[in-house]
Design a protein around this ligand. Structure first.
Ligand code: NI
Ligand code: MN
Length: 234
């Protein structure tokens, strides 16, 4: 699979799904106003996802979702409240609602909506349901995107029950956990590779990703710091 990072918590995974062909999965597409994406010249108009997976409704995740859904007709996979909002406010009918702990098998892979300890509301103040993360089983690989959260003890179960090839964890602090807690999550999840997200986008979330990478290495794991537009083959 090919992973492309767009800065903050936005990234894309391109897979070749057995039986379903090539699929592009886009997570938390906040690009307009995301300085990493803007500095790298990444425009939401250039993205053509088949599926948009949204961890929660906050503006720095919801971002360009309405425009991307409208242009591409992509399937929206998210919390029930988020899928209903997209239907009601933007006329987007193609949604798959989930709630915390639920798993669904799509023809391109399995998605589990995982617990995240965080709030969720849309930029207009509408309640967005519980915040979430995603555990993906696609192309024979397991990817965990924690979404915005602090560390929580049950994360150890996710690590025990799954062989995680790639994990995405926020490190920016203030709105999510910071570096110290994120390293603790790595120790619970035991992923083959971890990519830090949700940092250095605005003043509340300043963090040094290289410091995170060093501490992850000290703990016996591997982190990869990606710049906006950078890709990774897993
Ligand atoms: Ni948030
Ligand atoms: Mn956020």
């Amino acid at each position: 699979m090919k992973v492309t990072y767009y800065g903050h918590s936005a990234f894309q995974i391109e897979i070749e799904a057995e039986g379903a062909g090539p699929k592009t999965l886009l997570f938390d597409p906040f690009l307009t106003g995301n300085k990493h994406a803007e500095e790298a010249g990444i425009s939401p108009d250039g993205l053509t996802p088949d599926v948009v997976l949204l961890t929660h409704a906050h503006g720095d995740h919801w971002g360009d979702t309405p425009a991307i859904l409208k242009r591409t007709g992509a399937l929206l996979v998210s919390q029930y409240e988020v899928v209903e909002y997209a239907k009601r406010e933007h006329g987007h009918e193609k949604g798959h609602p989930m709630n915390t702990g639920g798993t669904w098998s799509f023809d391109w892979g399995r998605v589990t909506n995982t617990y995240a300890r965080h709030s969720s509301s849309f930029p207009d103040g509408t309640y967005g349901g519980l915040s979430s993360g995603f555990l993906l089983e696609v192309e024979g690989k397991t990817v965990y995107n924690s979404g915005d959260t602090c560390a929580f003890a049950e994360m150890a179960w996710i690590g025990e029950d799954n062989e995680i090839d790639l994990a995405f964890l926020p490190i920016g602090d203030d709105f999510t956990m910071g570096i110290r807690e994120a390293v603790r999550c790595v120790e619970m999840l035991r992923p083959k590779l971890v990519v830090p997200v949700h940092y250095n986008t605005f003043p509340y979330v300043m963090a040094d990703p290289e410091d995170f990478a060093r501490r992850v290495a000290d703990a016996g794991f591997e982190a990869r710091v990606l710049g906006a537009g950078e890709t990774l083959e897993v």
